[in-house]
Design a protein around this ligand. Sequence first.
Ligand code: SF4
Length: 229
Amino acid sequence: MSGGATAARELPAGLDAASVEQMSAEQLLAFVIEQFHPRLYVACSFQKEASVIMDIALRISPEVRFFTLDTGLLFPETYHTWRRLEQRYGIAIDVYQGPSLARQAVLHGDKLWERDPDACCGLRKVAPLKQALARVDCWVTGIRRDQSPTRANTPKLHWDERHGLWKANPLADWSDKDVWRYIAAHEVPYNPLHDRGYESIGCTHCTRPGSGREGRWYGHAKTECGLHG
Ligand code: SF4
């Protein structure tokens, strides 16, 4: 299961989709770390699921690599959570960024996020994600099936056709309560915006308090930034 964007798309012998679905988050993370590290990248959004995955992954191996997409428009609480996690675990999270906000304004005008959020996410999230994923054979996300209808059928491990590599979603079958239970049991640092009613947390201009992903891109039909579908 290695070899860059042309990596074999079949699961290893003896492992089928049903058996992957039986794996716990710990088992799946251990499996992909063993199969792919160092060509494995864990995505960090600094939402509560990212905190849980970081804690589990680093218990398995302190060498696991993490990355984030810094849009330059994250909440102060999100940047603070980023620093807290790095300090707690003694790690440095790789950063990928789009153009500076000034450059974006010159090229596309002010407040692109209001006029064309798809274009803004494309520049500030999707393009940097492509850069990050070009370096690895598998990435890990904090997607949960109960976050939105578009995520309801998320497999725990699958070939990510859009980006040409494997994608692991170890918390796919976790509930919100499962996440909070883990955070409390292991005293994991998490984004305090969750305590203020923000279920899904992105950029300051496009995030409002709300359950599920309804607080994102308020006033637009958009529910995904283009990273996951
Ligand atoms: S979430 Fe909003 S501000 Fe952030 S990149 Fe997307 S459109 Fe731009």
